[in-house]
Design a protein around this ligand. Structure first.
Ligand SMILES: [Zn+2]
Length: 468
């Protein structure tokens, strides 16, 4: 009879597989495949060019019923927007997230479903969809079916998933509720960065320090760029004052959660300091903005500012929930500041403003966030002379400005500094959530500056992390 030795024991692999946000910035879905539990980190929608958006309609290569846990880093649509479909297709386990992420995700998913239903309805009415009839990707009912699986977790507290695996959340700046995830898996540590915020932000604290990791799965949105070191407040004041002088309107495309509050706070500060006229009307046109504002006021501990200032910055803004009023705001005489989603001009109310404001050289379109390839936002940054909206072309005569310093994402310097905290433990780094050029530049920089091994994740390719 033979006795078994350690080398005879069959080893089981632990893999990392990206189902999205590999070579692109949207569709975040990263699967950790372990011998007895498959864990999905984030479950986002693809956004941007049509080829990407169409991926939302494809079945992922993993049966949702075979996933044992979903951990959500934050409430942005490109991280949470696929959840209703995952549940619709058979996922029946818990979805772990921080408290603000829970509240914001519900709002965002409901809003997304409602907009899709509205868009499909409009497309069918006006016949501008190639699909007959146009269908929403999911409905409000699909969102409601996913909500019972939401499970709120405290930050810094270990959540046990099985006898070998647990995880903890660590705030990462970016938007309220956003966290990095530290997964302890068979004595190895795997960090998923989520989206990494700024070290200095108007409203949000810097990402929390972390250390020690065997593997780091890291975002790379601005892997090839440094945010200009200009004074953001001064830039904003100049843009607003110039546009008022020209009797134009300032349109700021931004999502109703996160960036909108950052901009609102900056404008509130500029008005208070009399750097811009305090009488200029300010609108936040979003069906969910009022609810998001209320949610955020419940979580002052996630902000740099006190409750009073938080309430004050909301008080100066007219929030429009009803799309019937959008036309009235557009037609209202005199200069105004309008914030409306979506931030990359891919859809939503902001398109109605664009149709009216784009052709007039007195107006300013102010871009403040990352503009993915193929979006109207990127086209504007690339000096497009016309934009196609709902099947029609509109000439670009308005001023197009960008304030990079208001971005919610760390730049190259901040990404390197964030990664440096793990240097002692010499982790293997996997880059996700970035476009190919940015990722390649960051890969080389990490190798040169930190002497760490780096790989760029490719969609659906399984990377063997270790065996157990
Ligand atoms: Zn994000």
């Amino acid at each position: 009879m033979q006795t078994s030795t350690a080398s005879d024991v069959k080893k089981s692999p632990v893999y990392l597989q990206s189902l999205g946000a590999a070579g692109t910035v949207t569709g975040s879905k990263h699967l950790l495949i372990t011998p007895d539990l498959n864990i999905l980190v984030d479950c986002g929608l693809f956004q941007g060019v049509k080829a990407l958006r169409e991926k939302n309609w494809e079945q992922p290569p993993v049966n949702p019923a075979d996933i044992g846990a979903l951990i959500l880093t934050h409430a942005h649509l490109d991280h949470c927007g696929y959840i209703p479909l995952l549940v619709k297709n058979g996922y029946r386990k818990k979805i772990y997230m921080s408290q603000p992420t829970r509240d914001l995700t519900e709002l965002i998913l409901r809003d997304c479903a409602k907009l899709q239903e509205e868009d499909a309805e409009k497309a069918n009415k006006h016949g501008y969809s190639k699909h007959q009839p146009a269908q929403p990707l999911y409905t409000v009912a699909d969102v409601e079916a996913a909500l019972p699986y939401f499970k709120v977790c405290a930050i810094h507290v270990a959540i046990r998933l099985n006898e070998h695996i647990s995880f903890k959340f660590y705030p990462s700046g970016h938007i309220p509720g956003a966290c990095s995830v530290k997964i302890s898996c068979y004595q190895k540590t795997i960090i998923f960065s989520g989206d990494i915020g700024r070290n200095e932000s108007e409203l949000l604290p810097a990402p929390e320090p972390l250390n020690d990791a065997d593997f780091v799965v890291m975002e790379s949105t601005y892997g090839d760029r440094l945010h200009a070191k200009t004074d953001v407040a001064l830039e904003m004041a100049m843009i607003i004052n110039d546009t008022i002088f020209n009797k134009g309107n300032i349109l700021i495309p931004c999502f109703a959660v996160g960036r909108a509050q950052e901009v609102m706070h900056l404008i509130y500060r500029l008005k208070k300091q009399k750097q811009i006229p305090s009488a200029i009307p300010e609108y936040l046109d979003s069906p969910m903005a009022a609810s998001a504002g209320k949610v955020l006021q419940h979580y002052p501990e996630w902000f740099n500012i006190d409750d009073k200032e938080c309430a004050a910055m909301f008080s100066g803004v007219t929030i429009n929930q009803d799309y019937k009023n959008t036309e009235k705001i557009i037609r209202r005489r005199g200069s105004k500041i309008v914030m409306a989603a979506s931030g990359m001009l891919t859809g939503g109310r902001v398109l109605e403003y664009l149709k009216h404001y784009l052709g007039d050289a007195r107006n300013t379109i102010l871009l403040i966030g990352f503009q993915a390839e193929g979006t109207r936002g990127r086209a504007l940054l690339n000096k497009a002379y016309e934009l196609k909206i709902h099947g029609k072309y509109y000439p670009v005569n308005a001023q197009v400005k960008e304030i990079e310093g208001l971005s919610a994402h760390a730049d190259q310097l901040e990404l390197i500094a964030w990664l440096k905290q793990f240097k002692k433990s010499q982790p293997l780094v996997y880059l996700v959530h970035g476009e190919p050029c940015a990722q390649e530049v960051l890969r080389v920089k990490i190798k040169d500056e930190l002497q760490l091994q780096v790989k760029i994740m490719k969609q659906y390719e399984k990377e063997l992390l270790f065996t157990v």
